[in-house]
Write a new protein. Structure first.
Length: 347
């Protein structure tokens, strides 16, 4: 059981972007070679490991759609960077079984220990895999922004997704990959605005851009390799998810502006969901365009006192209708923004 009070689990609190060494006291990982059978339900989907050309940065791409038994919960992206001293992982996927598959993929590339896992935000599709790293990956420290602590303390008010209720839902929807043994692994380390560290001659810069999609939204920049891990602030070739009370469109747009200003240093962007684009800025522009389009359409409707159903029907969604996740997310997204605009008008 990894739930614990923040006071017990907080190993580091870092204000500002100062260099911090990875906790060297982490035990070395158990060798996966000795594990005869996967300790979790088998993942039968293809689980292709992609590599950024010429640099030791790897990633997997989830399928589009709501987590269900068809996609086996594999809907989000995750990645890792191999250095001479160990591995840094970004996000851990949506089931312990998928986290274990990711660990297996890491072991195919290197036998170096996993030294740290950086989590973009605490939503089920990015964190349930942490359990596999705790049990079979040497229990590396998990780093996340302070805003994620509300999730692990089960506070509905502070999170768009209530952790315990979501876990119950996933035990139904994703059984046997999520079951009664699945637990929520809390962060071991939290930071406020930025956190930087060096490992094996590589500098990792993590920055909080939330609340955008969720309170903890953070990105990780690996300048040496020109790679940015975007978490759910960025969606590649699919409709973003805005339907959460914690979504903050203004801050989200500011976060996208910040990422756009990194243009000169970023050659590859690995989004939280969806595919990589040849031109990394395409992902930034596409996410921003969608946010602005929905907001402008719904704001106009609110100003003219058009009821939501009518406003939704009258909006020309053709630009987005063919994208993955449109059916699942677009109406909820629009409604969330409609409500936001309504309360803005009443202020
Ligand atoms: Zn996600």
């Amino acid at each position: 059981m990894y739930r614990a009070t923040p006071t017990l689990r907080l190993i580091a609190l870092v204000l500002g972007c100062t260099a911090t060494l990875v906790n060297a006291a982490s035990p070395l990982p158990k060798s996966l070679v000795t594990v005869q059978a996967p300790p979790y339900a088998a993942v039968t989907l293809p689980f292709k490991l992609h590599k950024i050309p010429d640099v030791p940065v790897y990633y997997v791409v989830g399928l589009s759609g709501v987590p269900d038994s068809v996609n086996q919960g594999h809907t989000s992206n995750a990645g890792f960077v191999v250095t001479d001293e160990g591995v840094v992982v970004f996000d851990a996927l949506g089931t312990p079984a998928l986290g274990y598959r990711l660990l297996e993929r890491i072991r195919e590339v290197t036998d170096k220990p996993v030294k740290r896992i950086v989590v973009s935000h605490y939503h089920a599709d990015h964190i349930y895999g942490l359990q596999a790293f705790k049990d079979y990956g040497g229990a590396p420290p998990v780093l996340a922004q302070r805003g994620t602590l509300g999730y692990t303390s089960g506070s509905v008010a502070s999170q768009g997704e209530d952790g315990e209720r979501r876990l119950e839902q996933r035990r139904q929807a994703l059984f046997p990959w999520v079951d009664e043994k699945t637990v929520i692994v809390a962060p071991d380390q939290v930071f406020d605005k930025e956190f930087c560290f060096q490992l094996g001659g590589v500098r990792f810069e993590i920055k909080h851009l939330g609340p955008a999609h969720a309170p903890g939204d953070s990105i990780m920049l690996v300048k040496k390799y020109g790679v940015l891990f975007g978490g759910d602030v960025l969606y590649g070739g699919r409709v973003p998810f805005l339907d959460s009370p914690e979504t903050d469109i203004d801050r989200w747009l500011k976060g996208l502006d910040y990422i756009a200003r990194l243009k000169a240093t970023v050659r590859y962007i690995i989004p939280g969901h969806g595919v990589l684009s040849k031109n990394p800025q395409e992902v930034v522009v596409a996410t921003r365009d969608y946010l602005l389009f929905v907001r402008q359409a719904m704001a106009a409707a609110v100003r003219n006192f058009v009821p939501f159903d009518e406003a939704y029907r009258n909006t020309d969604w053709s630009k987005y209708a063919k994208l993955p996740a449109f059916e699942a997310s677009n109406r909820g997204n629009a409604y969330r923004i409609y409500l936001e605009e309504e309360s803005r008008l009443l202020q």
